[in-house]
Write a new protein. Structure first.
Length: 467
């Protein structure tokens, strides 16, 4: 970088900003600008964005990608897996990746694709369910906690969503779920790691419903897919979630060997080991530690997957089969997912989950010891909900954002996702800011309370003078 460019980068004057804005507002320049100058401009313009490395992003379900995965992604940028005739070796790598992920989800014979993310995977699942179901059946039974991608699917495919309430632990109410199933039901949806609190529905019981009524069951494990398979190995007990539904055991906790308080049971089964499960969404670009975009759709078998096939004749390999919504797909994403699975391995993912869970309980225990704030439910995985006892969640989110911290806002609570980019030093910093923020709220409310008697006194005096 030249001295002139360095000076350009460092110049934050109003005049320079106005010049930059003027340059950008003119549209496409007739002559290109030097690469180092444009690079400096990009860095300058995006410098105010939050970065995972800062430790201030606490609400995202994505994270800083593993450095090795990022390097593989960069190496393979030019490849389009949507045209597999050009890249037959990459196509085989995708098939192998699907077999590995299928094995992780209880079925090494699963078929599927690496896609852009959980939204595309969920859309594909609903499209496939629709293609496997009579036209008169267009209702989808799902928890009210389901991801917004299902609302998109309903709009795109003219489906009716039958949303079922959840219990205090954020799991769908099984009795009401069963009652919602009817003659117009096209598909069932269950969540393995809800967006808000990381809860897991009683999937083993829902799978029995799917089997009994011969219905398509899709499991959205976009987040939980790279957590649940490693929980037990990481030292966090797992079991059949259905056994704990509506029982005291669902609320109880035990102490792990590390001295942490952990839930008595997290769900052990959510995947193809349940005969009723037809398809699964999981996102490597979340806890799988790969670069964005990298989601995955898995189908139990070829028969289910085949109904959503589009045949394309003009690609490099001649007649080509596609089962994704997008045509052009990132080959770099496929290579990065495969490389991540090979490099990190089961032990690496286990260790990642253990660190994230340790951070989750570190934060939970510290917040539970604070006044003015509480956790929403005992965490099932590395997701924590918090809510203030004074003021609103919206006000707390706004105050924390003003101090540089980004948490996710849900109705009635804030979500913290303890991702791999976070460490305890980051959390200590956040806890101090949280404590200061809560104290400011208390001070402001005390000030209002002190002023109220004076306001009433002045009002009464005014009324007396008027008499």
């Amino acid at each position: 970088m030249t001295e002139e460019t360095q000076g350009f980068q460092a110049d934050d004057s109003k005049e320079q900003k106005a010049q930059n804005k003027s340059l950008l507002s003119k549209g496409l320049p007739s002559k290109g600008r030097p690469a180092d100058e444009v690079s400096a401009l990009v860095e300058q313009r995006l410098s105010s964005d939050l970065a995972f490395t800062s430790g201030n992003i606490l609400g995202s379900m994505c994270s800083q990608p593993h450095p090795f995965a990022a390097s593989i992604f960069q190496q393979q940028l030019a490849k389009n897996i949507g045209d597999p005739g050009l890249h037959p070796a990459l196509a085989e790598m995708e098939a192998e990746t699907i077999r590995i992920l299928g094995s992780l989800c209880g079925n090494p014979k699963a078929v599927g694709s690496i896609v852009t993310g959980g939204t595309e995977a969920n859309l594909l699942a609903m499209w496939t369910a629709k293609n496997n179901t009579p036209k008169e059946s267009r209702e989808v039974v799902l928890p009210e906690t389901a991801h917004f991608s299902f609302d998109k699917a309903a709009s795109l495919m003219d489906l009716t969503l039958v949303k079922v309430p959840v219990d205090p632990h954020n799991r769908v109410k099984l009795d009401e779920y069963l009652q919602a199933v009817g003659p117009r039901t096209m598909a069932l949806v269950a969540i393995a790691g809800t967006t808000g609190l990381g809860a897991v529905d009683p999937i083993s019981e829902i799978a029995k419903i799917a089997e009994k009524h011969h219905l398509y069951l899709h499991v959205d494990a976009a987040f939980g897919g790279f957590v649940l398979p490693f929980l037990e190995a990481a030292g966090y007990p797992v079991g059949d979630a259905a056994e704990a539904v509506n029982s005291e055991a669902a609320d109880s906790e035990v102490t792990s060997g590390s001295g942490q308080t952990v839930p008595l049971k997290a769900p052990a089964v959510f995947d193809f080991s349940l005969a009723g499960v037809s398809s699964i969404t999981l996102d490597p670009h979340k806890m799988g530690r790969t670069p964005i975009p990298a989601g995955c759709i898995l189908y139990r078998n070829e028969e289910i997957a085949g109904s959503s096939t589009t045949h394309v004749s003009y690609l490099a390999g001649g007649k080509t089969r596609q089962r994704t919504i997008v045509g052009t797909r990132s080959g770099a994403a496929v290579a990065a997912v495969w490389a991540s699975l090979q490099h990190i391995g089961f032990d690496g993912y286990r260790d990642t989950v253990r660190r994230c869970m340790q951070n989750t309980y570190f934060l939970k225990n510290r917040i539970d010891a604070m006044s003015g704030i509480e956790t929403v439910i005992p965490p099932v995985m590395n997701v924590l909900g918090i809510r203030p006892s004074q003021g609103t969640s919206e006000e707390l989110a706004e105050s924390l954002r003003a101090r540089g911290f980004a948490l996710s806002l849900f109705p009635g609570f804030l979500r913290i996702t303890l991702m791999p980019h976070l460490n305890q030093s980051h959390l200590e910093n956040f806890l101090q800011v949280l404590q200061d923020t809560l104290q400011e709220t208390v001070n402001a409310m005390q000030k209002i309370q002190k002023e109220e008697p004076n306001i009433h006194s002045n009002r009464n005096q005014g009324e007396n003078d008027a008499r």
